[in-house]
Design a protein around this ligand. Structure first.
Ligand SMILES: [Zn+2]
Length: 359
């Protein structure tokens, strides 16, 4: 099994400011770690060059007024919200990130790689049809999914495990039964949405599934939700492709969030996702990087764990430095699992009206 990694040095160019959480170092440290571990030399890994997303692919997701606004503002700089300014040159950076996600999908569809991970910046899952938000400008994931569908893939399951709810992606597919959107995220937290009551609209009713979890949630709870909710849902939906919005900000060292996932927990989640794609859709799997702000202590290890799992490498060596052990114990809430179980029971009761698996 080979894993394609989409990467380009231009992904280090975009930056709102050097002190912004979504800064260049997010990928720079990961790349250092890849060099150190000899990732690029492994026969299981192939490096893929991205292309800028063509404008017609962007128009499948975003409205013309927003596209014009983003392109125009990128000439001299502009502003979307308090966290999301538009530095000059943003338009080209955003197109290359969206195109990177498309390139990952292409590699899988063309069997150039068994699966693929787009290590892109800026992230995308808070971007809606008509606006950016929360460090996001174009919705890379949604652009990739529509691209897959143009290539003949009918049903796509999106698994968004970023610590923040993927409100942008949810809104884009809210009425669409061809895309099953599943999100695990910290709650209450930014952006405030992602309650279990949000299940879709019209023909898309039942095809949005939110799993809000409390601060302090760790590896065991994620594994539990994967087994109890995500796996039965995926089997019943029977996707032709599984796409992961790989937010790495659930890591216990992340400075913006309060979750307690470890690098090994990430690797196990991806390994479980990969098994599911093998069972349901011929292994067709692509991941797109979303958040993750622990530039030194988290991202290099979580990205490595996710890639090792995708490539089927030995995961026993995936762990953080021992020096961080104390920090992990502080981040974990032993009571979080009880609340996650309670949420899962309510969610199953709600989903039972749409999905036989929960009856
Ligand atoms: Zn996030």
């Amino acid at each position: 099994m080979t894993t394609g990694i989409v990467y380009h040095r231009a992904y280090l160019l975009h930056e709102q400011s050097p002190t912004h959480p979504e800064r260049r170092e997010r990928l720079a440290y990961t790349l250092d770690q890849f060099e150190e571990e000899g990732i690029w030399d492994l026969p299981e890994i192939i490096r893929l060059d991205p292309y800028p997303a063509p404008e017609d692919a962007v128009r499948e997701v975003h409205i013309p007024e927003y596209i014009s606004f983003l392109r125009e503002s990128s000439r001299r700089g502009g502003f979307i919200d308090f966290d999301t300014s538009i530095p000059p040159g943003l338009w080209d950076a955003a197109l290359l990130a969206a195109g990177g996600a498309m390139r990952a999908a292409d590699a899988v569809m063309d069997r150039e790689a068994g699966n693929a991970f787009a290590l892109v910046r800026p992230p995308g899952h808070h971007a809606r049809m008509g606006t950016g938000a929360g460090f996001c400008y174009l919705n890379n994931m949604a652009i990739m999914v529509r691209h897959l569908q143009r290539r003949g893939v009918r049903r796509v399951m999106i698994l968004d495990w970023d610590a923040h709810h993927g409100d942008g992606t949810q809104s884009i597919f809210y009425g669409d039964p061809t895309v099953l959107f599943c999100s695990i995220h910290q709650s209450p937290f930014y952006p405030g949405s992602g309650m279990i009551e949000e299940t879709g609209t019209g023909p898309g009713t039942g095809y949005t599934v939110n799993m809000p979890v409390p601060a302090g949630t760790g590896d065991d709870s994620y594994a539990f939700l994967f087994r109890e909710i995500i796996t039965p849902l995926a089997r019943e939906f029977s996707p032709d492709f599984i796409a992961v919005s790989a937010g790495q900000d659930n890591h216990f060292t992340d400075p913006l969030t309060g979750l307690a996932l470890t690098a090994r927990g990430y690797a196990d989640l991806m390994a479980a996702t990969k098994r599911l794609t093998g069972e349901l859709c011929g292994g067709r799997l692509a991941a797109v990087l979303e958040g993750g702000y622990s530039v030194e202590g988290g991202l290099p290890y979580t990205n490595l764990g996710v890639i090792a799992a995708m490539a089927g490498l030995d995961l026993t060596g995936i762990r953080e430095p021992l020096a961080l052990r104390e920090q992990l114990l502080q981040a974990e809430d032993p009571l979080a699992m009880n609340r996650v179980e309670e949420m899962a029971r309510s969610l199953k009761r709600r989903l039972a009206q749409y999905w036989k698996a929960f009856r």
